[in-house]
Ligand binder design. Structure first.
Ligand code: FES
Length: 256
């Protein structure tokens, strides 16, 4: 693909803190390489702002390799931008043309309050994971019989692995008109429920995670599928069906 440079207009959401109303600010960036990543373009903009003695734009990022789930923002109204199955850190500037205007906003969901600018507080996800508790099965160590020697059907292992791909970025919540976290919770419940090691705390895990999800203020799932369509790791909606099944089974059979 041919390299090119571009001049762009950026409309970026600026918000000092959680209580500030916030507003869009417009910036110009020049000579942006088509080979840059989207976040590198933001680094250029922030250098520019610092040189002008202005406050740089706050945004979350860590691995910049699509692994950690830190980077999270709407780019032109889409969580993680225009590319399918992609995180914003893996979005490259060749997705845009010279002269374009790009609109950048933080996740919009009550359960993800804005900390500053594009950075939002996603600790609600951490509390859901925490509510799920730990796995008590002793999976052994390197010299004894360990968890890896337990035979697991290939299709179950594959499904579990696919669910474990969830990076907790929150795009599913951001894409959902109800701000539902069902795909996230479904992925976390599924990857353990599918494996024998995850069976011991299976019932308490799903019940506690759903209770915490509701307490955090996430909306209900109405099966629109926007979460699956937006997920950078293509987590399947079938995990939500499994979550519902796990929840029903646990609710009907739990000891009171
Ligand atoms: Fe880690 Fe984007 S910075 S997934």
């Amino acid at each position: 693909m041919q390299h090119y440079t571009m001049n762009l207009t950026l409309k970026v959401w600026r918000q000092k803190n959680q209580t500030d109303k916030g507003k869009f600010e417009t910036y110009q960036v020049k000579n942006i390489s088509s080979e840059m990543s989207f976040l590198e373009m933001f680094d250029v903009l922030n250098d520019q702002l610092i040189k002008e003695d202005k406050d740089p734009i706050a945004f979350d990022h860590d691995c910049r390799e699509g692994i950690c789930g830190s980077c999270a923002m709407y780019v032109n109204g889409k969580p993680h931008g225009p590319w399918k199955a992609n995180t914003v850190c893996q979005l490259h500037m060749r997705a845009f043309q010279d002269g374009e205007t790009i609109v950048v906003e933080p996740w919009r969901a009550n359960a993800f309050p804005v900390i500053k600018d594009l950075a939002v507080d996603r600790s609600a996800f951490d509390r859901i994971i925490q509510a799920g508790g730990y796995v008590s099965v002793n999976t052994g160590n390197a010299i004894n019989v360990d968890g890896n020697s337990m035979l697991i059907e290939k299709d179950k292992a594959d499904e579990s692995f696919a669910a474990a791909m969830c990076i907790g970025c929150g795009a599913c919540v951001a894409a959902c008109k109800n701000s539902s976290a069902m795909l996230f919770v479904a992925a976390k419940v599924s990857h353990l429920a599918l494996l024998p090691q995850g069976h011991s705390e299976r019932k308490s895990r799903v019940l506690n995670m759903i209770t915490q999800m509701d307490e955090e203020g996430f909306g209900a799932c109405t099966n629109t599928g926007a979460c699956e369509a937006t997920c950078p790791k293509e987590i399947s909606l079938t995990n939500i069906a499994r979550l519902n099944q796990e929840y029903l089974m646990a609710s009907l059979t739990k000891k009171s």
